[in-house]
Design a protein around this ligand. Structure first.
Ligand code: PCD
Ligand SMILES: [Cu+]
Length: 807
């Protein structure tokens, strides 16, 4: 071999395929300010719409007077529920099977609810118009405390539902009740509790928060009257679903709707749902015949489009005296706000919360969830967790720590004792899931050895003794968290959105010169799909990733897919990509056999092409096969080289991880310091380790934000008191701790390349690690559970309540 012939290693490296830390191709435009976001779009004659919003959390709308607003220079129209009724769009269906007002119809049910839509020649005129719209309200008592929602005398929020005793998910028990969802074996679980040596019971709340992506929700709608076509550019995580929903509710033929998601500045679940702004901009464009832009501001984003969490979880664990868990019982009070607009697969009113048995071998469990209405914003979204998984992980990981405390056992040791063992996979959980693969002990041991867990516990014991002797005012906490995620929604047998199965898709088209374009039903919001999807194709078909262009987000060109959220892109679309590539490869093999004049079975794959078995010099590269596909295919074969795959996954994937947070808290000020944070993730086969690391950094930062301060809080009259970044904790580089990342690799047995999702994992595992660290720090003073978020003030108050300031 001369030195001009590349080695096998060089040929492999040239592909930048699976496992390569390939630089993100999208960053070339992002880092130079050349991204193309919705707000960059400026169409000729484009108008701007903005909302009149309710200052009240609950009020009757007596009248809306637009007369003065219409006199404001530039204001062209004021749309109200009455206008929308003429086109039957005053209310819209939600993903959760409820209905939601697009604009206030008779009453308002949460602060900043959309009341009227002012359309003007520019944003300033629209805002001036808003100030001139006169709305007469008659305030009603607001229902804010979820625990009072089902009181006998609780105010009736949803007058449209009066007398309806069943909802989308079964019977309703009360006028503010949405659904009750139960899973598991109640009798067996009750019996386990009766027999238990030790039980714990704690009300664990996961407070309301918000994903607040850098770019808020927005769209531009343009209706072409002549063609009868509607084009919508928007910040959609699921563009195809938006097209179908618009077609169904606006009664426009689906082929005449073009939905385009351009570059998106972060989604985090916020951009899954359908919001009144989209409907109003579309209607305004149809009415005016001009393109209409709607862009949320920060306060609107935080207070009106969606929320996350707000789960109040009464958690009970039964165990033997030596620490073997024997039963889990959880009741959740789920505060869904004014309309049930939670973004979950349709059959799952509380998402996949039944993953709450976590990483532990619970012989039996029982779960019940009551969903309720309150005077708060609707639209429960995942916020970096697949459908209520972060709530479930927080519930069980806090629960295990509380149990360890009661048993006087080390929390890590309790976990090791109860883990599902490697040989138990595929594992059937007591609440109905089939975990595909895992090796929890190995991951946990690696974490404990890397951070020298035993030494940390020793140091903590010494510090506690010193604290008790009055020698220090600092306490130390070790927050252990071991999570199991469930991502990849999902198998058509249990996942659909409004009846559409949750498959995903990929289409690959190879061009004659050995380059190609690939399109998917997913949509990157920053995750780096343009980079990673090409890596999968590179390894599968031996074409350098640089020669594959990845395009997502245009419903006219991309095959139908259910979009990007719930870390489903890698498990579902990632599989479709590999399958489409394999179809390309199969055709390529026939072409190569024909050209090399051998039988197909005499060929074997070798990095970037086929070679004849036993004759290594007789080869045909994939690049050459691409050319041949356009001029000399075997007789009877169609020319060209393209393939499409729609992939219905046989199961979810179950990533997992072992995290630990080491924290020091000054009891006199409540100020905490994250001394160390170590995160080991197992997401099966790793496509791009650098992107994974970035995903983990981002997810941990969001977990840190949520656990340590971020909150959407209402006062008793229903005012949002954390409605801007002045009050809503958004960590910057200054507050964010240093992250140490690590991994193990346990491939998914059913995924074509063995990959599981990872984007959400750090949030799911991170929140309990932080909260357990705070709780662990205070536990020796006699507390069992302190509610999140753990900001300085709450830490100080916890210290005070535990009597450390007693003179
Ligand atoms: N094994 C593996 C896995 C994964 N990967 C990578 O990583 C990423 C991610 O992935 P996933 O996990 O599959 O996911 P997706 O689906 O793609 O995405 C989603 C997610 O993602 C995350 N991340 C992120 N990033 C950014 N930058 N931005 C954003 O926004 C975001 N978001 C967030 C969220 S929230 Mo939800 O929506 O709540 O449900 S869900 C979510 C991509 O790129 C991929 O490729 C790799 O490499 N490997
Ligand atoms: Cu979630």
């Amino acid at each position: 071999m001369n030195n001009l012939t590349p080695t096998r290693e060089q040929r492999t490296a040239a592909l930048e395929g699976l496992g390569c830390k390939r630089k993100r191709v999208e960053d070339i435009r992002f880092t130079q300010g050349k991204g193309n976001y919705v707000d960059d779009l400026k169409l000729p004659g484009m108008l701007h719409g903005d909302f009149v919003r309710s200052p009240h959390a609950h009020a009757r709308v007596k009248s809306i007077n637009s007369e003065e607003a219409l006199k404001v220079p530039g204001v062209l129209a004021v749309i109200t529920a009455e206008t929308l009724k003429t086109v039957n769009l005053a209310w819209m269906p939600t993903l959760a099977g409820d209905v939601q007002m697009v604009l206030a119809d008779g009453k308002v049910l949460f602060q900043n609810q959309e009341v009227a839509f002012v359309v003007a020649t520019d944003r300033y005129a629209a805002d001036d118009g808003i100030n001139k719209v006169v709305v007469e309200y008659e305030p009603l008592p607001a229902l804010i405390d979820p625990f009072k929602a089902m009181d006998k005398d609780a105010p009736v929020l949803r007058e449209d539902l009066v007398g309806k005793t069943t909802g989308a998910h079964g019977p309703r028990k009360h006028h503010n009740h949405i659904f009750e969802w139960t899973v598991g074996d109640k009798d067996l679980t009750d019996a386990a509790f009766k027999k238990a040596d030790v039980t714990i019971k704690e009300m664990i709340s996961y407070h309301r928060t918000h994903p607040s992506p850098l770019e808020t929700c927005q769209c531009v709608c343009s209706f072409d009257k002549i063609r009868g076509e509607l084009t919508i550019w928007g910040t959609f995580q699921a563009p195809h679903v938006i097209r179908t929903v618009v077609s169904l509710i606006a009664k426009l033929p689906e082929q005449k709707i073009h939905v385009i998601s351009p570059d998106i500045g972060g989604g985090f679940g916020n951009k899954v749902g359908a919001y009144p702004g989209y409907i109003c901009a579309a209607v305004a464009s149809i009415v005016t015949g001009k393109p209409v832009k709607w862009v949320e501001d920060r306060i609107e984003n935080l207070t009106a489009t969606s929320f996350a969490r707000d789960y109040h979880m009464t958690t009970e664990i039964a165990a033997t005296k030596d620490g073997k868990v024997t039963g889990l019982r959880v009741h959740v009070l789920a505060d869904h706000g004014a309309f049930d607009a939670c973004a979950d697969p349709s059959k799952w009113p509380a998402g996949f919360f039944n993953i709450v048995t976590g990483s532990y071998d619970f012989p039996t469990a029982h779960l019940s969830v009551d969903g309720i209405y309150t005077n708060k914003a609707p639209g429960g979204v995942a916020y970096r967790c697949s459908f209520r998984v972060t709530e479930a992980a927080y519930c069980i990981e806090r629960g295990m720590d509380i149990l360890a405390q009661k048993l006087g056992m080390d929390p890590a040791e309790l976990r090791l004792k109860n883990f599902i063992k490697a040989e138990q996979f595929p594992y059937h959980s007591a609440l109905g899931w089939e975990y595909d693969s895992g090796d929890y002990h190995t991951a946990m041991m690696k974490m404990m050895e890397t951070v020298k867990y035993a030494e940390l516990r020793k140091e903590q014991a010494e510090k506690r003794a010193a604290f008790k002797r009055g020698e220090t005012r600092e306490i130390m906490g070790l927050g252990v968290s071991f999570f199991t995620e469930i991502v990849g929604a999902g198998p058509s047998k249990n996942c659909d959105i409004l009846g559409i199965a949750m498959f995903d898709s990929c289409e690959i088209r190879m061009h004659p010169t050995g380059a190609g374009i690939a399109r998917m039903g997913t949509k990157s919001q920053g995750q780096g799909h343009e980079t990673t999807w090409a890596q999968i194709i590179a390894t599968e078909i031996g074409i350098p990733a640089d020669n594959i262009m990845v395009e997502e987000g245009n419903t006219d060109t991309a095959p139908y897919g259910l979009g990007t959220y719930g870390s489903r892109s890698t498990p579902v679309a990632g599989a479709a990509i590999a399958m489409a590539a394999r179809k390309i490869k199969a055709k390529a093999q026939m072409i190569a056999a024909y050209r090399l004049e051998v039988h197909e079975d005499d060929l074997e794959w070798d990095i970037d092409g086929f070679r004849v078995k036993g004759l290594p010099e007789k080869t045909m590269s994939m690049k050459d096969i691409c050319w041949a596909a356009y001029n000399s295919v075997p007789p009877g074969m169609e020319p060209g080289l393209e393939a499409v795959s729609y992939y219905d996954p046989p199961n979810m994937t179950y990533p997992f991880g072992a995290y630990i947070c080491v924290m020091d808290i000054d009891v006199d000020t409540g100020v905490y310091k994250v001394r160390r944070f170590y995160a080991l993730d197992d997401c099966g086969t790793r496509i791009n380790p650098m992107i994974i690391e970035g995903q983990v950094h981002g997810g941990l930062t969001e977990a840190f934000a949520i656990a340590m301060g971020q909150e959407i809080r209402y006062d008793e009259t229903g005012n949002v008191v954390t409605g801007s970044f002045m009050d809503f904790f958004m960590p910057t580089a200054v507050e964010t701790p240093h992250w140490e990342t690590d991994f193990t690799v346990t491939p998914s047995p059913h995924h074509p390349i063995g990959a599981k999702g990872v984007g959400e994992s750090p949030n799911v595992g991170g929140v309990p690690a932080f909260s357990n660290a705070v709780n662990d720090a205070f536990s020796f003073l006699g507390s069992t559970h302190i509610q999140m978020p753990h900001d300085y003030w709450r830490n100080w108050r916890a210290a005070k309540n535990l009597g450390v300031f007693a003179a």
